[in-house]
Design a binder for this molecule. Sequence first.
Ligand SMILES: O=P(O)(O)OC[C@H]1O[C@H](OP(=O)(O)OP(=O)(O)O)[C@H](O)[C@@H]1O
Ligand SMILES: Nc1ncnc2[nH]cnc12
Length: 175
Amino acid sequence: MIDNLLKATIRDIVDFPKPGIVFKDITPILKNAHLCNLVIEEFATRLKEVPFDVVAGIESRGFLFGLMLANHLGIPFVPIRKEGKLPAQTTKQSYDLEYGSATIEMHTDAFEPGARVLIHDDLLATGGTVVAASKLIQQLGGIIAGYSFVISLDFLNGRQRLLPYSNQLISLVSY
Ligand SMILES: O=P(O)(O)OC[C@H]1O[C@H](OP(=O)(O)OP(=O)(O)O)[C@H](O)[C@@H]1O
Ligand SMILES: Nc1ncnc2[nH]cnc12
């Protein structure tokens, strides 16, 4: 089962980036090309019944598997970036996360109004980041098709915060 393989590979870093946080480090997955392929195939299989036109990946770790997935499916990838990084006209949202706060933005021409957008990130914690991403996509006229994560930290209840936006949520490993 892929969740056992992933759990054996993901590394816990205690007290990073702040005391009290157990950081789930996905970099050991990235060193294993075969496991990366398994991750993408698992997402593709589990998303078969979820129609979407574009994958939106959240900076920075959401870019890793988000782009691989979009490429595998032959559909566009669009970046959701931290404030001040995107060069053309943008729309912004601020939010709180497990260990701080941030602002994200998207290009206003990232997709056509009415596009069905899959939001991808490496990890769901409090859900603050993906709620902000969901608001951005709705502001730009997109439809939230669902969410995909490698990891969800279920004890932080992020899943409940996403239900008003979409009940399609895939995570490959839960803690
Ligand atoms: O569910 P939340 O509480 O919002 O937390 C999850 C977010 O936190 C991490 O990103 P981070 O902002 O640390 O940026 P990074 O991907 O650039 O490391 C992670 O990659 C998610 O995007
Ligand atoms: N515990 C955690 N590990 C890795 N990324 C995170 N983003 C928010 N919380 C996290």
